[in-house]
Design a protein around this ligand. Sequence first.
Ligand code: 3LM
Length: 400
Amino acid sequence: MSHSTKSASDWHKDTIAIHGGEAPQDPHGALVPPMYQTSTFVFDNAAQGGRRFAGEEEGYMYSRLGNPTVAQLEQRVAELEGMQAGAASATGMGAISATMLAFLKQGDHVVASDAIYGCSFALFSHLFERFGIHVTFVDMSDLAATEAAFTDKTQLVFVETPANPHLKLIDIQAVANFAHQRQARLVVDNTFMTPLLQRPAELGADLIVHSATKYLNGHGDVVAGVVVGNQQDIELIKLTTLKDMGATMSAHDAWLILRGLKTLPIRMQRHCENALQVVDFLQSQPAVSRLYFPGLETHPGYAIGQKQMRAAGAIIAFDMRDGYESALQLLNNLKMIKLAVSLGDAETLIQHPASMTHSPLTPEARATAGIGDGLVRLSVGLEHSDDIIADLKQSFATIG
Ligand code: 3LM
């Protein structure tokens, strides 16, 4: 159900981040939309309740089936991504599972990038297999291998770019072409980029998923997800997997993310500026043997990034020359930077993918994906870059 009072198609993304999905004027003139913190909605009479459940009349019934605050968020993210509609979920994994399972049945096949977030890998490799859905993980930087991974049962293709944790880049347009030649849908996880830095819809993605826990909310106080796509696909997700499996978003979380989104454009700008400074510093560190950042010309996906990304983002990964022990030492000796998983918050966060975010991968899958024990991932926050660098510097100094 769209609540927009006017078309946002002419607005800049900075404006949509603030006004997208706006409901008609509040009866009291509240600037900020009220939070509809209610489980259920009262009908005028029994016939109206029946009409709403039958889909003959627009209106709310029960917050798992739809909520005005959540609807506003769904519309705002859809407009930011240049898609028709959105469905919000309790977590990013809730969005990914509801999206994938809405289009899959026993016997179907999925082509997925071999470089994806650990829980997406676990969902696809363990749970899907139990239900007879087979997933082929492929190095999608190899387009010939990607094309060869399709079968006549392939229904969905799943891409995360830049990939968690070491920013492998995939050519969205090329993969979309393969998918569409075979009537398969392309799902892109755009969590690391946000709609400000990468527009998968313009490159052929059919569905775009986000962990809204990250940059979209941006303040580290919500776990949430969202998927956007065309009206028909989103309706299907809402009416099947999201409604019946039930991982929907609460009004409170939607309200917080609507607030967070207002500053997304300026936050992303600062995140990216800070990341460039931190990359410069890391390049000068002898303890770092390899730096993964899409803004570096030495990055294997640099040309793809130039084509499809508006900036390199603010996630940096690096290998410590002396491996595991020195990685742990670096993490343990930081003073301001927080040792925590997640990303996209105001606070700079650092973590160890092999033992944390990507521990659900088997050691073999981690080796194939190049996630070594000396790999460290940094989510560059909004503090002053001098302070981020100073903290890293003092911790590197303890390694010797
Ligand atoms: C992390 N990532 O620290 P939620 N897609 C991507 C993600 O990075 C994530 C999800 C989906 C991290 C979370 S690890 C225990 C913490 C690209 C999450 C899933 O369900 O909202 O966590 O999103 O890399």
